[in-house]
Design a protein around this ligand. Structure first.
Ligand code: ACO
Length: 379
């Protein structure tokens, strides 16, 4: 009797692992939808807090529900003294994603409420993370600049408060809106690597903080969320827009990955890119300085060169990376901002996973040595 060779899907490419009601890419229109709503319409007309409610509860909030979410989020923003001091004591050389991962671990250790696995308990913890993560990210950007943290402002919206905590000022509404668009576009994307990581951890019936800590680790990598930061390093490395094509040829010859390009799901272009690119164009026009123009020209030249040479389209990280730079954020803060947004999608998936849980445990096709006897110990 012969045994059939199992089909191996490396990287789980093309594998449908479960159902989800949270988001999908509608193939006919190539549009990403959250709970059925096209993400570009949400980005154009809704705030990030409304989108968080939509992802968690399945529907957009009414006025009372939105007021309630905002009031609770604002009250939860401050860090307690122990957490703030522990995070401030981490080496300045560590990456902000390491700080964020440690922060979530600390929040888990300090949370006195029991994780009974109920959706209500998970929503309370999700809101806590949504509220506190920006406080950690902003304090870390300032710590790396040798500056003291600025406490959250309870009268400011989610996006405005983040600018306040980073810079001590809130920019005009148009710039804040560009930032908010990025948060909405980054919030959720089905079974991507970090979300799937969160679901794997949840599937063992571990707690929400453990799942989010693991998800942060998965997002940090440059093939996933770390790409928005890597885009900026790449633009810095190229420098002159006139060098884009020559740099690309050398990078491809060296088999380097071009950061911010390609996607496992979209083969003909990431549906979120046009909306983030439009926000980036607004930021470049507003800046109206030679440095912003140089970066925008370089950005466009590289995009064209990658399309021409490799036929690969940019993903959301490509316009978002430069947009965050033009908003004034330091490059190591880019991926933590992605976390501030994706925490909504991760936690929605954690709740969904638990609602119809099955332990996630794939098989492997063994390729090592056949069974053999352990040799006698030497001597
Ligand atoms: N630069 C150079 N070549 C690329 C790139 C890229 N960015 N993306 C894909 N390719 C090439 C691969 O080398 C491969 O070519 P080959 O068949 O000749 O070896 C082919 O395209 C297919 O690539 P895969 O790795 O099979 O595609 P996969 O779906 O596994 O990769 C990924 C998706 C990891 C995102 C890839 O496109 C990549 O590495 N991009 C750069 C990192 C990045 O921008 N990540 C952000 C993803 S989006 C997000 O997290 C918000």
């Amino acid at each position: 009797m012969t045994t059939a060779t199992p089909e191996i899907r490396r990287g789980l490419a093309g594998v449908v692992a479960d159902t989800t009601a949270i988001s999908t890419v509608v193939q006919d229109t190539n549009s990403l939808t959250y709970r059925g709503y096209p993400v570009h319409e949400l980005a154009a007309h809704r705030t990030f807090e409304e989108v968080a409610h939509l992802l968690w509860h399945g529907e957009l909030p009414d006025a009372t529900q939105l007021r309630d979410l905002q009031a609770r989020e604002r009250a939860l923003r401050p860090l307690d003294r122990t957490t703030a001091e522990l995070l401030a004591g981490l080496p300045r050389t560590c990456h902000p994603m390491d700080v964020l991962r440690t922060a979530v671990s600390l929040f888990g250790a300090e949370d006195p409420t029991e994780d009974d696995g109920s959706p209500a308990a998970h929503r309370a913890k999700s809101l806590t993370l949504l509220a506190k993560l920006p406080t950690v990210v902003a304090a870390e950007q300032r710590r790396r600049r040798g500056l003291a943290p600025i406490p959250p402002h309870p009268d400011l919206g989610y996006a405005e408060n983040f600018f306040h905590m980073c810079f001590g000022t809130v920019p005009d509404a148009d710039l804040v809106r560009c930032f908010e668009i990025s948060l909405v576009l980054y919030a959720e994307h089905s079974f991507n690597a970090s979300t799937f990581t969160a679901r794997v951890v949840t599937s063992t019936r571990s707690d929400l903080y453990s799942a989010v800590t693991a998800a942060i680790g998965a997002l940090k990598g440059p093939l996933h969320g770390g790409a928005n930061e890597a885009v900026m390093h790449m633009l810095d490395e190229i420098g002159d827009p006139g060098r884009a094509a020559e740099w690309l040829d050398a990078a491809l010859a060296a088999k380097r990955r071009i950061m911010g390009f390609g996607h496992r799901v979209y083969r003909h272009g990431d549906s979120r890119v046009p909306f983030m690119q439009a926000a980036l164009d607004r930021l470049v026009a507003r800046a109206a300085d030679p440095e912003a123009s140089r970066l925008a020209t370089l950005h466009a030249a590289l995009r064209q060169a990658v399309l021409t040479r490799k036929g690969i389209h940019p993903n959301l990280d490509y316009p978002a990376g430069l947009a965050y730079h033009l908003m004034g954020f330091d490059t190591p803060t880019f991926t933590p901002i992605f976390v501030m947004s994706r925490i909504t999608g991760w936690t929605a998936h954690i709740t969904e996973q638990l609602a119809h849980n099955a332990l996630i445990r794939p098989l492997a096709s063994y390729a090592g040595p056949g069974q053999r006897a352990v040799p006698a110990t030497a001597g």
